[in-house]
Structures are given as C-alpha cells and as structure tokens.
Design a protein around this ligand. Structure first.
Ligand code: FAD
Length: 587
C-alpha cells in the first residue's frame, strides 16, 4: 500500500473532466430547441456522426433507444482491422480505407485501440495455402502503404510451434504473423457519444424515436419517447439521419414517404464465446479456417479471457432479442478444439456467449452471395421526405462513415462545406502523451497492475479523475467483482460522467463484467436472498455482489429508493438473460 501523500503527489494538478449536462437539462433542450441535425441511433455509426457534425459547428441531437452501443456495437470481434479476409472477395478499396483508419485510430485513441499480432497457421491441403497467404499479406501491408504496426513475417513450422505451443501440429506446414488492432467496441462508441456531447450536441440514451414529424411530405424532426419517464418530446430538426444499423428498416417504415422497396439492411448473426484464458492460453491472436465449414474465424486474447468467434448466419431474429444458440456454441467449441485438441474445451468452460447482427447493406449482396462475402462497404441514401440513412460499414470505418454522412447532411441543407476535424482530434481520453508511462503511473498509483492497466485502457488520460474519487471516498476503491479489475469508483463515474442510467449500462457496456462472469454478476441477486454465501465462477472469480455492489453506488446518485433499487436489479437480470442466455431451441 502506498502512503496517501505519495498518491496525492503523483496525481496531476488538474483532474477536471467535463460532465455531460444533467439528463433533465438535456431533455429540456431536446424538446425546446431547434436542431440542424437529429441523429437516430447511438451505435458507433450514429455516435460518430453526431460527434463529427457537432465538431463542425452544427446544432445536433443524438437519441439512442437503449444505451450507447447496446446494439451491434457491443457485440463485435472488437477489432480495428484492415480486414484481411476481404481480400479474398476482392474488396481492395475497403481494405485500403480500413487500414488507414486503423493507423489513425491507434493515434486518436491510443488507450482504446492497441496493436494486436495475429498468427495464421497453414495446414496441409488448406483452402489458403502458404504461397497464397504470403501473397495476401504482402498485399495487405502494401494496402496500408507499409505503415502497419509492423510488416508481416513468414513463420516456419518450428517458429509457429514455438509461438503457439498448444496448437495441433499434425499437418501443420508453418504460417505467418501479421498485425491489426484490438479495441473495446462499447467504449469506443461511448467515446464518440461523449465527444459529441462535449462539442455541444444534446445526447440522450434510453430515448427512442417513435414517429417522424413530416410536414408537406418533408421530415422536420421526430417524436422521441424518454423510456425512463414514458414522456414524449417533439424534437425539431432540419435534417434527420437514420443510423440505427440492424433497426434501419424500422425507421424507414415510419417514413410514410419512403417507397415500399425491399429491405435496405440484411442482418447476419455473429456469435462469440468467452472462456478463461487459463483454459485456452494463446500467445498472439489466431486467424483460423474453421474445419467445420472453412470460414475464417478468430481466437482472441482479452485480458484474463479468450474469445472465440464468430459464426455468420442469416437471421430473422429481432436485433434486440438476438442471442447465441446451443448450435452456435457447439460450432465454436468444436472449431477451437480442432486446433487446440489438448485444451479439450467443453460447454462447462464457457463463461459467456453473445450474438450481434451485422447490419450489412442489402446493396452489398451480389447475386446470391452469402453474408460472409457480402460487402462491408457503407451506403447513404436519402428518402423523398429527406431522411438520410446510412447503412453497412464496420466498426473500423465509423469515422469515415460519419464524415460521409455529415457531408451529405451539409449538401442536403445547402450548407457551406466545413472541413471535418475528426481525423486529427483525439477522442475523449485519447490525449495521452506516452501510453507506457501512463500505464506505469497508474499501476503504481492504484497498487494493482490489472486495475491500473484497465483504468488507463478504459478512460485514457481521464483515469486520474476516476481514481481521484477514491481519495474522497476510500470505499470506492473496493472491487466491484473480486478477481476482476473493476472498482466501485467506476460506478460513480459512470453515473456522473458517462450517462449510466441502468445496471446494464454499467455492467455490460461501460465495463465488461457481464462478459467476464458466468452469470453476468446475477449470482449477487440470488445470494442476496440466500444470505451471504460466496460463489466462484469457472475462473475462480468470486461473482458475489457485482450487481448489488454497483447498485449500492448508483442508487443514491440516481435517486433510487429501496423499491426502485430492487426493480433495477430485477431489470438487470432480465437484460443479462436476454443478451447472454443461450437459446436451446435453435440447437
Ligand atoms: P448498432 O451498433 O446496432 O447501433 C444502432 C443503434 O440504433 C442501436 O444502439 C439501437 O438501439 C438504436 N436504435 C434502434 N432503433 C432506434 C430508435 N427507434 N430510436 C433510437 N435509437 C434506435 N466491425 C469491425 O470493424 N471489426 C470487428 O471486429 C467486427 N466484428 C463484428 C463481429 C460481429 C459478430 C458483428 C455482428 C459485427 C462485427 N463488426 C465488426 C461490424 C460492426 O460491429 C458494426 O458494423 C457496427 O457496430 C454497426 O454499428 P451501427 O451503429 O451501425 O449499429
């Protein structure tokens, strides 16, 4: 334990971070002011667009049905990548653009986007032989103008086995190591929403568009329902952007001027599972061709966990209800076991499973092509009433999508073009001078390496302000979950600075508690009834009290009384089951 005076000395003089206006003030502004632009949907696309527009000086409102990143933007493979596999489908333009974005985001958000090395092993008779892999990786590096983190390296059989000792060696010929980047998708989305708010946008989660306001056939805004009070607010705006990803066609249906054509977005479901790192202890990330169907899949390191994903299947599931099935889980486990037979992963090793829907632009499907080969490029269309819809794209290219749709808004409103600044302005928390020095300082300050690292990765330069809360209230330094790096101070910070309104906002989107505990921290709810028992998850983490501890911190800050706190805990159990429950019927 370090002395308090030492801790004080190493805190920077200013830990001031702007807090968003109160929710009441934001609601008041939403209903009473007139906006240039209303963005519907607070995934990475909508949050990015709101930030870009606000930074260009437009008066912007952003509304999100549930929480920022509650849709696809918290269910991705968490990669900021050129998209090596898109080379197979000839999408060179997309790979080029994505590679530039990867480089840019490594600079603009060094806390949230970090280099990640991948190993691609090649087996006898593989669909992608070594010569083809090497040619592809040469092209991949060329498309990043040879400015990727590092150039790819060929790996001999010996080098590959040294790097990944647990991998099946039978039939292995060697492979290659190449570079991409990893991120925290939900926090990347949040950083954009916060950036929009800090640039003057009115930003609101738990508020959805129920109707569009149409006058003389032209869109003039929308009626928005505040889900926390049930009250409706009419938002007046000169332009409206539909950035609702897999929900896009729902907003199109609200637009009575929209021609009744086929769907603009075709959903494709993708599932990931998490297992403890101790059960599948990989070194680098791995890119693999599933022995089940030859698809490209990943095994990814994620702190104390290993993620295995993803599937790719057409789905009719509603985006709010989509979840993994037992068949998805079996596919991922057997694919991973084919490469790591000694790990012999079973269903019991799985800590969590979740699914997301890729909002692929219907125009990106060519002929009868499947979802895997459909283009990830984005498209923008304007309905006769003037709603600008942006569909398709990737997490990686959100900034380009935002730029393009705000350019389209300028044209639509006949505004003079203002140069976007998002290519050079760091995302909130991204103004770190030296990441390594900051990581070292945080580890020393906090006295726990995992928590120090987590704080810098999650909050960037703002970690000082989060940790400073523990000086006034030392109990906030306590963990939210034993064995995981999250602290109670983050629940307080989430409410005051990150628009957290529910336990799911905190435990699923701001932090990764739900992904990293077997029951998403719900054991706390049962344990509370059964008195003070302690539960261990498969990784040996005590999962007791995750939700209850968070609720204790949040309740006084959000004005929850005892009955409301119980209601919030019950609502969290429902949310966690909806997202992480595995569907047995679809086995
Ligand atoms: P969403 O994140 O779904 O956001 C749409 C939002 O609109 C939702 O939050 C929803 O609640 C809101 N909304 C809906 N209706 C309303 C309404 N009426 N009023 C207000 N709000 C509303 N891309 C990468 O670059 N790298 C990857 O590694 C990667 N991996 C992926 C893995 C999987 C399994 C999947 C499914 C996708 C992956 N992607 C990846 C793609 C990427 O995640 C998506 O392209 C991106 O997150 C889409 O963001 P979005 O904002 O368009 O949609």
């Amino acid at each position: 334990m370090r002395s308090e005076s030492a801790a004080l000395r190493s805190l920077p003089a200013s830990t001031e971070v702007p807090a968003p206006p109160s929710r009441a003030d934001r609601l008041r502004a939403l209903g009473s002011e007139s906006f240039d632009l209303l963005v519907i949907g607070g995934g990475v696309t909508g949050a990015g667009a709101a930030r870009d527009a606000a930074l260009r000086g437009l008066k912007v409102a952003l509304v999100e049905r549930e929480d920022f990143a509650s849709g696809t933007s918290s269910r991705s493979s968490r990669l900021i990548h050129g998209g090596l596999r898109y080379l197979e489908h000839g999408h060179l333009g997309l790979v080029f653009e994505s590679s530039i974005e990867r480089r840019r985001l490594l600079h603009l958000a060094p806390h949230l986007v970090r280099p990640l090395a991948f190993i691609w092993p090649v087996y006898e008779g593989a669909r992608v032989p070594r010569w083809k892999l090497n040619a592809g990786l040469m092209l991949y590096d060329a498309l990043s103008l040879f400015r990727n983190v590092k150039a790819y390296q060929r790996l001999s059989l010996k080098q590959l086995v040294e790097a990944e000792p647990g991998i099946r060696s039978e039939g292995l010929k060697g492979g290659a190591r190449y570079y991409d980047a990893a991120t925290d998708d939900a926090r990347l989305t949040l950083a954009n929403a916060l950036g929009a708010s800090e640039a003057g946008a009115v930003v609101l989660n738990h508020a959805s568009v129920k109707r569009l306001v149409l006058e003389d056939g032209k869109v003039k805004g929308a009626v928005v329902v505040d889900h926390l009070t049930g009250l409706e607010h009419t938002v007046r705006a000169r332009a409206v952007v539909n950035a609702t990803g897999p929900w896009s066609d729902e907003i199109r249906r609200l637009d009575s001027q929209q021609e009744r054509t086929g769907p603009a977005v075709r959903g494709s479901k993708g599932v990931h599972i998490a297992v403890p790192r101790s059960r599948l202890n990989i070194g680098d990330a791995l890119t693999l061709l599933s022995p089940v169907d030859g698809r490209v899949m990943f095994i990814l390191p994620a702190d104390a966990f290993t993620l295995i994903g993803t599937t790719e299947t057409a789905t009719r599931a509603h985006p709010a209800e989509v979840r993994a099935s037992e068949a998805d889980v079996a596919y991922l486990l057997s694919s991973a076991n084919a490469f790591f037979p000694e790990a012999n992963l079973t269903r019991e090793d799985m800590v969590s499973a979740w699914a997301g829907i890729r909002p692929l632009a219907a125009s990106g499907y060519h002929g009868n092509s499947d979802a895997g080969s459909a283009s990830r490029e984005h498209s923008i269309d304007v309905s006769p009433s003037g709603v600008l819809a942006i569909s398709g794209g990737k997490l990686t290219t959100f900034r380009v999508m935002a730029r393009d749709v705000v350019n389209a808004v300028e044209r639509h409103l006949s505004l003079p073009h203002k140069k976007p600044v998002t290519h050079e302005q760091p995302l909130p928390g991204g103004d770190l001078l030296k990441l390594d020095a900051e990581l070292a300082a945080a580890k020393q300050e906090v006295g726990d390496a995992a928590t120090g690292e987590h704080l810098v990765r999650a909050y960037g330069s703002r970690w000082h302000a989060v940790w400073a809360l523990t000086r006034e209230s030392p109990e906030l330094a306590e963990p939210l979950v034993e064995g995981l790096p999250y602290r109670r101070a983050e629940a307080a910070w989430g409410v005051s600075h990150e628009m957290v309104q529910t336990l799911a906002d905190l435990l699923i989107r701001r932090l990764k508690v739900a992904f990293e505990t077997r029951d998403q921290g719900r054991a706390a709810l049962r344990l509370r009834l059964d008195d003070d028992a302690v539960a261990l998850d498969g990784a040996g983490h005590v999962v007791q009290l995750a939700a209850v501890r968070a609720a204790e911190v949040m309740a006084p800050r959000l004005g929850w009384d005892a009955a409301e706190t119980e209601r919030q805990l019950a609502a969290y159990a429902v949310d966690a089951q909806r997202i992480f429950g595995v569907d047995p019927s679809d086995a």
